[in-house]
Design a protein around this ligand. Structure first.
Ligand SMILES: [Zn+2]
Length: 72
């Protein structure tokens, strides 16, 4: 189970799991929803994903970047 004990950005210990929306904006896909966690400190709101999702997000961003490059 994916869980964050403590926010590494602000030290807040309330980082509940929640569905996060990642903007994609490519090929008709505006965004994807993934399960992650988000810091509850309103001044921080750092978002966390598990390693698999982080990799997926990285790939999406790379694809988005490549797509933008190809369009030029
Ligand atoms: Zn935080």
């Amino acid at each position: 189970m994916f869980a964050i004990e403590q926010c590494v950005m602000c030290g807040c210990k309330d980082v509940p799991n929640q569905t996060l929306t990642i903007p994609v904006n490519m090929q008709g896909i505006v965004s994807v929803n993934v399960l992650g966690a988000k810091c509850s400190n309103p001044d921080c709101l750092e978002e966390y994903y598990d390693s698999e999702t982080t990799e997926l997000v990285r790939k999406i961003k790379k694809l988005t970047y490549d797509g933008l490059t190809l369009d030029k």
